[in-house]
Structure formats: structure tokens, C-alpha cells
Design a protein around this ligand. Sequence first.
Ligand SMILES: Cc1ncc(COP(=O)(O)O)c(C=O)c1O
Length: 463
Amino acid sequence: MAGRLFLPVAIPRACAGNPPDAEASHVQPMMKTNTASPAATMDTYSTPTSHSHFDGVDLQQLAERIATPFHAYSASAIRQRIGELQSALAGLDAGICFAVKANSNLAILQLMAQAGVGADIVSVGELRRALNAGIPAERIVFSGVGKSADEIAGALNVGIMRFNVESLDELHTLQRLAKTQEVTARAAVRINPDVDAQTHAKISTGKSENKFGVSIDEARRWFASRKRLSHVQLDGLHVHIGSQILSVEPFRLALQRVAAFWRELEQAGHPINSIDVGGGLGVCYRAGVDKPVAASDYVGVIREALADYRGKLLLEPGRYLVAEAGVLLTRVIRVKPGVERSFLVLDAAMNDLQRPSLYDAWHDIVPVTDAPRPMTTYDIVGPVCETGDTFARGRELPECEAGELLLIKATGAYGTSMASTYNSRPLAAEVLLNQGRYAVVRRRQHFEEMIAGEQPARNWETP
Ligand SMILES: Cc1ncc(COP(=O)(O)O)c(C=O)c1O
């Protein structure tokens, strides 16, 4: 171990209510609001068929002020999703820890903090973001299969709520570092329940062949020898079987296995003070096709499987809280007729939204103006030099021309958090919308920022 703590006193403390970046986030004056706009809902466009306004903001006007491509998030829609989940959990001793990896923008994390939502983090960078946004350490859980010793030490140092431990080596490291710091770490074992989440293979995490968690047999051995852990309080269970799950059945199966194990542990004299049921709740990417599970049905499964459990419940939703609250605004650079297909070349690319190229993910794509036009079929692509830089193949769309403003929908989760500067394309701006107003919550990256830290090889050294 490097012996260096990442996060001693220098860690930015909570700043709830403060803008994440004074320059970037000042609230802009009212845009012309769409008075016909319904009360903010998750589908917070002007009407179900018109996409001219989002959370009361005129998107054409917005795109005149902010260069495309940029991401826009509806604060109203995020608050609504949080509210739906909190209502479904009413009466339970349950805490929501937003999976920061889904969208780690400080303004989004501040919305979470303001609603009393904690954080599920997987790196020290996410820890710093969560604390910086005002999420208290006591509401932060640390998941992930590869926490480094430095990261564990840093999280111990700020006193996070709980570590979701995924291997015996990690458990021993946690014990050693907690002893060094003379603190007691609270820990849950992440169970791999060997359940097929029936989702894309790359976001499926609960099968025994996956790298995540440990088997119930292994977890049983950990508890049997838990008394030897002088500085780790092993009193929790954790499970997360995957993401974009569109049926309650995988959740039910996983929770039944966890519940059976919890009962066995209680009988063996191992009290379980917290059960973290993970995230994974799916959303609608393809209107009319994806049928997400309602929060109430999902929580119904938790209530049923853990009916007699009296400890603390934790949930780690990411996508569910933010995906449908985000859109990617992009303009058509040109329409390129090809030999076999017609290409709509956008100014957004796979570096701004990786999901289509990484998972062959579907995103609904619509023009912002809803003027009636003949329909045609396009391959919708970005400018990056990869055939994989394709948002949609053979997609029916109203005929478009250069300069046309389009919306790629449901991009609020795993959009900017997975963005890159591939092809030396700067990171896109992010804008938070709220009932007719907008605030830039990340300005578009400057070229100088993109190359900061790079330098010619000058001072050659020998290790
Ligand atoms: C441990 C853990 N918890 C929660 C989540 C969030 O999942 P989702 O965004 O599908 O809710 C993830 C996603 O990968 C995860 O790995």
C-alpha cells in the first residue's frame, strides 16, 4: 500500500445549496415558458407527441444560447422520481442511496442531497463528489469489486455509513486499515445470488460467473469467523444483480435467496442490521416497447420477501432516478445519401453517449419541432471515425435537413458519466432545467482543459 490517504482533511466538505461552480451554474433568466405545459411529470415534454419544451423550457431557444451537443436534465422529473420511490417505501425503515455512477454531476447530486437521498459510490472520486454536493458521509455506502487500500482508507477516514464488501481479501484489508485508524468499519457482504437479471450481458452482475460479490457458502464462512474481526462490524447483507431490469421476477428470486440467508444468520446468532437490495430498476428507452416495473410493484417485492425483517433497508437506484429526466440535444450536421442507406450525421457522437455503441442500446430520437413532414428512414450516426458511432439503424424519422435540432431521449443515466473526449471532442455542456428556467451545471470543456496535464516528453528519468 502506498501509505498515503487520499482523503485526509483536504476533502471538500458538504456544500448543499451552494452552486457547484459559481461561473458555470448561475441561474439564467426565465425562458419563454410553455404555459400549456402540464405539471412537471417524468414525461415532462410539452405534450406526449410534442418535444418543443422540456420542464417548461423552450428547447429551440435554449439551443440558441448553448451550443449543441449538450445534455439537459429536468429537475422536476428527478424530484418526481425520488418522490415516487420515497412514497412507495412509506412505513419502512429504508434509505435511498443514489448510484452516483449513473450521473455524477454535482448539481444532480445536490438534488439528491436536498431530497434526503444518500449515495452509493464505487470510487474515491465519487465519494468526493457526493460529499462536495452535500450528501453526508453517514448516508454513503461504498460498493465495488476493486476498492484499493487507499480508497478504503479514505472512506474510513470520513466515516461513511457502510462498505459493501466483495471479497475476503477486501474484508481483511478493511480490518487492517480500520485497526490502523482505530475505528470500527461497518460492513455488509455482497451476496452473488446466482440469478439471471434477464438484461444485457454487460450489465448483468448477479450470476455466479460474474466478478461481483461472493457465494452464500463463502459468506457463511465469513460470518462464522466474524468475531475475529476486531475492527469490522460485519452485520449487513447486500445484493445487486444488474441494471435495466424490466421484470420483478429476478428481484424476487434474488431477495428470496437473501432473505433465506438472513434468517439462517439470525438463527446462528449473527444479527443483520442492514439489508441493501441494490439498484437495477429499469426505465423506458423505447416508447411502447419497454414496460418498466412501477416503483410500488418493485417495493412490493421487497416488502414481501423481507416482510418480517426489522433492520434498515437500503436501496441503490441509479438509472430509475435520472435516465428519463435527461435528453441529449444535437443538431444535424448533414444528411448524407449513401449507396444502401441514408445517413443523418449529428454533432453528437459516441463520446457524448456511449450506450448505443457499447450495448446496442435503443434511444428514442425525435425532432424538436413537430411540423408535419413525410417520414423517411435513416441510419443516425455521429462524426466519430468508427462504424460503432451509430445511435440508430434504419430508424423512421420525419425528413430532416442540416441544422435541424433533435432530441435523443432518456440519456440522463450513464450518459455524461460515461462520456469521453474520444476523437479530441470536448465534453459537452450539461444544463439543469426547472419549470421554465435553466442553469448551466457544467460548461462545455475548453480545448485547454482537454489537454491539461499533457506535455512533450522532456525530462527523461529512470525508475
Ligand atoms: C452496486 C451497484 N448498485 C447500484 C447500481 C445502480 O444500478 P441502476 O442504475 O441500474 O439502478 C449499480 C450499477 O451498476 C451497481 O453496480
